[in-house]
Design a protein around this ligand. Sequence first.
Ligand code: NAP
Length: 315
Amino acid sequence: MPSHMKAAVIRQFGTASVLQLEQVPCPLAGQDEVLVKVHAAGINPIDFKTRMGTGINRGWKDIRFPLILGWDISGIVVESRSPRFRPGDPVFSLARFPAIGGAYAEYAAVPAADLALKPQSLDHIHAAATPLAALTAWQALFDNAGLSSGQTVLIHAAAGGVGHLAVQLAKRAGATVIATASARNREFVLSLGADQFIDYSGTRFEEHVRDVDVVFHTIGADYRPRSWSVLRKGGWLVSITGQMPDDEPAKFGSKGKFVTVKPSGMQLEKIAGMIDEGSLRISVEQVYPIADIARAHEHVEQGRTRGKVVVSLDA
Ligand SMILES: NC(=O)c1ccc[n+]([C@@H]2O[C@H](COP(=O)([O-])OP(=O)(O)OC[C@H]3O[C@@H](n4cnc5c(N)ncnc54)[C@H](OP(=O)(O)O)[C@@H]3O)[C@@H](O)[C@H]2O)c1
């Protein structure tokens, strides 16, 4: 193993310009961890929020710069201190979230519990695009809201990283899917299997939707208050954006919760199976070389990504 590696680090919170390529010491794999040669790292909105100092870092007690951000990884195991993985295994992961993930680097030490074998049908770029978004959609829709066959779900921001996977997972589970996005994403969202498309820029969704079983609240500061009115009594509003007061769901005779994604190698294994059987498609809008990681952050910061943005460590 080389003693040093290339990594995109930050030495302070700030704009995308704080991301700098440097040579830094290689991490060491601890007990029950593996060392992964990273080929690609997925970029999520939490990456730029944390880079700005307004993201998941707010829960960190002891912040020591330089930091290597990023959580979505696809690569090859080069050293294993876990019986579950061997050198040479292709793997993907949501690494260590909500602690520091270290994805923007040539090597990352990852807990074996956060890893699964990469879907065989995906290259590293598409595999790196998958973990955080897919686990978020899965855990929100099924582990929390309990979405099941025959139910109807309203999915906001259906063209985004989380949304485009949520639409497919909900359809696969036998739900009817109503999806919001802007008009330019109509064909894309319908191609994912959505039953009904609402262009949020020209239409107020609450005028076209009623009595749904589940709302997946992913975006839009005013969407949560408006979304309660489209739920059936006893329905579920599951949110991944904006904290929700504990007493709010009961005021509307419904259930609701803000959820934070958790790493899970076991769930990623199931997601890999769905990808390989052809029932889950990952859409990557753009790939940047690691040297252009600031541009990759700025791209995601626009909030208009269709699918995902990924950084290549090979380029
Ligand atoms: N709590 C958690 O654990 C967790 C996990 C993952 C993500 N998140 C958060 O969830 C949010 C979504 O994440 P993401 O990765 O899916 O983001 P993303 O990929 O950046 O979302 C971009 C999409 O949002 C759509 N969009 C923007 N404004 C919209 C609106 N008003 N109504 C409907 N669609 C709209 C855009 O579609 P158009 O271009 O058509 O407008 C675009 O396709 C972010 O705030 C992220 O930080 C939280």
